[in-house]
Design a protein around this ligand. Structure first.
Ligand code: PRP
Length: 207
C-alpha cells in the first residue's frame, strides 16, 4: 500500500482537520502533542501528515509533494491553483466581506482597499465596475481604515469580533468560505484507490 501524504493548514483549521481525520479512524495522537514538528508519520495507516501555513498548502498539492490537503476556500480563491477541490468540509465557516467605517464609503468614486487577498479583491471590484487601488497587507488589515491607509478592507469575517472591536462594520458580503479537501491531479490517478477510500469516508462524515 502506498503512503498517502496529506497537508494540513496550521492555525484556525488545524484542530478541526485533525478531528476529522480521527473521526474517519486515523489515530492522530502524535499530531496533538505539543511540539514544533512539521512532518508526522502514521505508519499504521500508511499516511504522512505535514503542517503548513495555509497559503502554502495549495503549492504543495499542486506540485505533487503531497497528494491531498485541507485548506480554506479563501486561499483557494486567491491562488486559483491547478488542483481538484473535492469536498466542502463545512468547518472554518466564514465570509469574504468588504468592511469599513459605519458611514460606508461616502459615495467615493475611487476606493483604496487594504487586503491580504489582492486577487479576490481586484476581481470583485472589477465585476462591480468600481475603480480601486489595492493595498496589499500581511495581517491586521483592520488597522488600515482606522489609520487612514485605506477606505475599506476585504477580509475574512468569522465571528465579527475583530471588526466590532475596531469600530468597523461589514459593508458588503463577497462569498461564503469554508475548509475544502483538495487533491493533486496526478495523485488522483496514480493513488486512486487510497485517495477514493479517504474521500468517501470524509464525504460521508461531513454530509
Ligand atoms: C482573520 C481575519 C480577521 C479575523 C476575523 O485573521 O483577517 O482579522 O480573523 O475573525 P473574527 O470575525 O472572528 O474576529 P486571522 O486570525 O486569520 O489572523 P491574521 O490577521 O494574522 O491573518
Amino acid at each position: 500500500m502506498e503512503t498517502l501524504k496529506i497537508a494540513i493548514a496550521k492555525g484556525r483549521l488545524a484542530k478541526y482537520s485533525i478531528e476529522l481525520l480521527e473521526e474517519i479512524g486515523i489515530d492522530c495522537q502524535v499530531l496533538k502533542e505539543d511540539s514544533r514538528k512539521l512532518v508526522f508519520t502514521l505508519p499504521q495507516h500508511h499516511i504522512e501528515v505535514i503542517l503548513l501555513k495555509a497559503v502554502d498548502v495549495p503549492t504543495y498539492v499542486e506540485h505533487g509533494v503531497v497528494d491531498m490537503g485541507i485548506v480554506g476556500k479563501d486561499v483557494l480563491m486567491e491562488q486559483e491553483r491547478q488542483l481538484y477541490e473535492v469536498v466542502d468540509l463545512k468547518f472554518g465557516v466564514c465570509k469574504f466581506s468588504v468592511a469599513g467605517r459605519p458611514n460606508g464609503t461616502n459615495g467615493k468614486k475611487h476606493l483604496r482597499v487594504a487586503t491580504k487577498y489582492p486577487n479576490v479583491t481586484k476581481k470583485y471590484f472589477a465585476q462591480k465596475g468600481q475603480s480601486v487601488e489595492v493595498i496589499r497587507q500581511e495581517g491586521s488589515v483592520e488597522l488600515a481604515p482606522l489609520m487612514g491607509l485605506s477606505d475599506v478592507i476585504v477580509d475574512i469575517v468569522e465571528t465579527g469580533k475583530t471588526l466590532k472591536e475596531n469600530g468597523l462594520v461589514v459593508l458588503e458580503d463577497i462569498a461564503n468560505i469554508s475548509a475544502r479537501l483538495v487533491l493533486n491531479k496526478v495523485s488522483y490517478k496514480t493513488k486512486k484507490k487510497e485517495i477514493t477510500t479517504i474521500i468517501d469516508l470524509i464525504a460521508e462524515k461531513v454530509s
